[in-house]
Design a protein around this ligand. Structure first.
Ligand code: HEC
Length: 142
């Protein structure tokens, strides 16, 4: 027959855990390991995503739904929407148009949007997909 767990046992168990937790080193207290991997923010500056034909096909269809109305099917920015909204869009078929921007710059613009461009939300495109979009839109210049 099972006896109910004695309270004393339970309490001392809890105390042990609390003690163990408080004994754990805090972030500020220990010097950071200098060999540790760099923070994600630093590595994200470069496009880490390896695109595949499948991921590029997905990027292309997302681009056509969410972006092409302004930026154009081929990325040249000459669209009716751009004209009617008075938008100044770069011609991405010219490699020079994006040469001064890092992939991280493009990522930030796509995620945050601008006052003229709606942001692409996380729920709509995961980070991987945004990186794929960037590979896709840089490919317009090829
Ligand atoms: C409503 C029109 C509109 C839509 C939709 C739109 N953009 Fe833009 N986008 C702009 C404008 C306008 C700019 C130029 C910056 C500005 O004027 O704010 C821009 C700038 C950018 C830039 C910065 C580089 C550059 O050419 O200036 C990137 C990258 C970009 N858009 C990607 C996208 C992607 C990817 C999508 C779809 C997920 C998208 N845009 C959807 C209007 C749009």
């Amino acid at each position: 027959m099972l006896k109910p767990l004695p309270w004393k046992l339970f309490l001392s168990f809890t105390a042990t855990i609390l003690l163990a937790l408080s004994a754990m080193p805090t972030r500020g207290g220990v010097p950071q390991d200098s060999t540790a991997a760099p923070a994600p923010a630093a590595t994200a500056a470069k496009n880490q995503v390896k695109s595949t034909p499948e991921s590029q096909a997905k990027a292309k269809s997302l681009y056509q739904i969410d972006c092409a109305m302004c930026h154009g099917d081929n990325g040249n920015g000459k669209t009716d929407v751009a004209k009617s909204m008075g938008l100044t869009l770069k011609d991405w078929t010219d490699a020079k148009s994006l040469s001064d921007k890092s992939d991280q710059d493009l990522f930030n613009t796509i995620r945050k949007g601008t006052d003229k461009m709606p942001p692409e939300a996380e729920g709509r495109a995961k980070d991987d997909m945004v990186w794929n979009l960037i590979i896709y839109l840089r490919s317009f210049a090829k």
